[in-house]
Design a protein around this ligand. Structure first.
Ligand code: AHR
Length: 497
């Protein structure tokens, strides 16, 4: 007998699931860029790691944010173009496991834009607000995107990119309440307006495509309210140039991943679920501000940050099925908020924090989180529909943990449903009612991740293949109800026509 009921309200659309909700983030931190996606003596002779790039190209990777993170507000883009690449400090992070905090600048704007083309991702550049100025940010836009005859456009051509790019997403700063300048919301709002004036005018006067300007918010929602109040006070009136407001949400285990016990699994999943509240609250703050702009919510850094991930270790930590499960929990939340969310970027693509891929010398392998992104990819571009879940709840000292969750979306001819069993100690039988589904449903594909795997299993080069998805049995009752048994700590994807 089922102990969890999922109702897919096929006639109650939420909104289109922007593919960018499955976006990524890569910073000059530890072994993310150097060793991760790029190394000087690469097999292809151009610097890129073929193994990593081809695994990323295989994934539907809609957008990639770069170069930080905290690094963005200490980065001067001109250091990373042309033949003269000065070696600089990296104020915040060492490069590599035991490296010095120095930045060789061999990977810069051209290398990043080439990488995006190779993996099929849209670039999202984060400009330096903390230690930079509006001139530098505006010049970067012109260098990348302008097709005319200015010195900057000509320099880009001379450096190898004849055609202008259409880099659409421009972040103005990163965590400017913290490493990006320790600003009050009012002072960041004033800086934001100054930068947006020049970057925004470049967009309207020089380019034939619009830029999407992105401001940094905070997980302190009072900070966001004060920022929005101040940023809206200007001669622009209600049409001030702001297209997206972001925040970052990390969560992790309080002890070492390999020594920790099941209680901390629940604690971490409860913290992952806090994403729901963050999205609702930042969206409410945007709604409360008088603007004629349609401002979207971006979560441009999210994921697990465990005790192991310390700066001296390049923020590296083990990758486990539990991490993958938490990614499913968050991607379902993003679907529920498809009406307000415009992008999400998990931190960080390779080797750092909740990376999708890990490398060691010549080896590269995918982590459980990669497999979850792959499983959720069919949602991209679909219309999210309201999905309610009635499931047992475990009370923990950190908050309540509903033991089953999920989300659903409609494609051209099919419904795609994803489910998570957040109970790492017990199986659950789930019944799914497809309200509004025409005719009797046929399950055309069903897969499950992490069945029979310890949530704590550490994935490495030797065992990574064992974590691929398995087929999942889904029963279809005569009344059209689906029925599925989910083993502990699993993530499932079901296609129904
Ligand atoms: O992702 C690691 C760091 O976390 C980023 O540099 C910063 O933005 C955040 O605090």
């Amino acid at each position: 007998m089922a102990d969890a009921d999922v109702t897919v309200h096929g006639e109650s659309p939420v909104d289109r699931i922007e593919p960018a909700l499955h976006g990524h983030f890569a910073e000059h931190l530890g072994r993310c860029i150097y060793d991760g996606v790029y190394h000087d003596e690469s097999a292809d002779g151009e610097g890129y790691r073929e193994d990593v790039v081809s695994a990323l190209a295989d994934l539907e990777m809609p957008v990639l944010r770069w170069p930080g993170g905290c690094f963005a507000d200490d980065y001067h883009w001109e250091d990373g173009v042309g033949d003269d690449r000065p070696r600089r400090r990296n104020l915040f992070w060492a490069q590599g496991r035991e490296e010095v905090p120095e930045e060789p600048n061999t990977f810069g704007t051209h290398e990043f834009l080439d990488l995006c083309e190779r993996v099929g991702a849209e670039p999202y550049l984060a400009a330096n607000v903390g230690s930079g100025d509006p001139q530098e940010a505006t010049d970067w836009v012109e260098y990348c995107n302008y097709g005319g005859d200015t010195e900057l456009a000509d320099r880009r051509r001379a450096n190898g990119r004849e055609e202008p790019s259409e880099v659409q997403y421009w972040g103005l700063g990163n965590e400017n309440w913290g490493c990006g300048g320790r600003m009050s919301p009012e002072s960041y709002a004033r800086e934001y307006r100054r930068f947006a004036t020049y970057v925004g005018t470049t967009s309207s006067h020089l380019l034939d495509h619009d830029l999407e300007l992105i401001a940094c918010g905070f997980s302190d929602h009072e900070w966001n309210r004060r920022f929005m109040e101040e940023v809206s006070k200007s001669a622009w009136g209600a049409s001030f140039p702001l297209d997206h407001l972001t925040l970052h949400h990390y969560y992790g285990r309080t002890m070492s991943v390999v020594e920790d016990g099941p209680e901390s699994y629940d604690q971490m999943l409860v913290e992952a679920l806090e994403m729901d509240d963050h999205v609702s609250r930042i969206a409410a703050t945007i709604d409360a501000t008088a603007t004629t702009r349609d401002i979207g919510v971006i979560i441009d850094e999210w994921g697990t940050w465990h005790t192991e991930a310390v700066p001296e270790g390049g923020l590296e930590q083990p990758g486990t099925p539990l991490d993958g499960l938490s990614a499913g929990v968050v991607l379902d939340i993003f679907n529920h908020h498809a009406d307000v969310m415009t992008m999400g970027n998990i931190a960080q693509t390779v080797n750092v924090l909740q990376c999708l891929l890990e490398t060691d010398g010549d080896d590269a392998w995918v982590r459980p989180t990669y497999r979850v992104f792959d499983l959720y990819a069919p949602h991209q571009g679909n219309d999210a529909v309201q999905t309610s879940v009635d499931a047992p709840v475990r009370e923990t000292e950190h908050g309540d943990l509903p033991l089953v969750g999920g989300s659903a979306s409609l494609g051209a001819d099919e419904t795609y449903l994803t489910l998570t069993n957040r109970d790492t100690r017990g199986s659950h039988t789930v019944e799914v009612d497809l309200v509004g589904h025409e005719g009797s449903p046929t399950v055309t594909d069903a897969a499950v991740l992490f069945a029979d795997h310890d949530p704590d299993a550490v994935v490495d080069a030797d065992n990574a293949a064992d974590f691929a998805a398995d087929d999942l049995d889904v029963g279809v009752d005569t009344d059209g109800t689906l029925s599925v048994d989910l083993e502990p700590g699993t993530v499932a994807g079901i296609t129904v026509e």
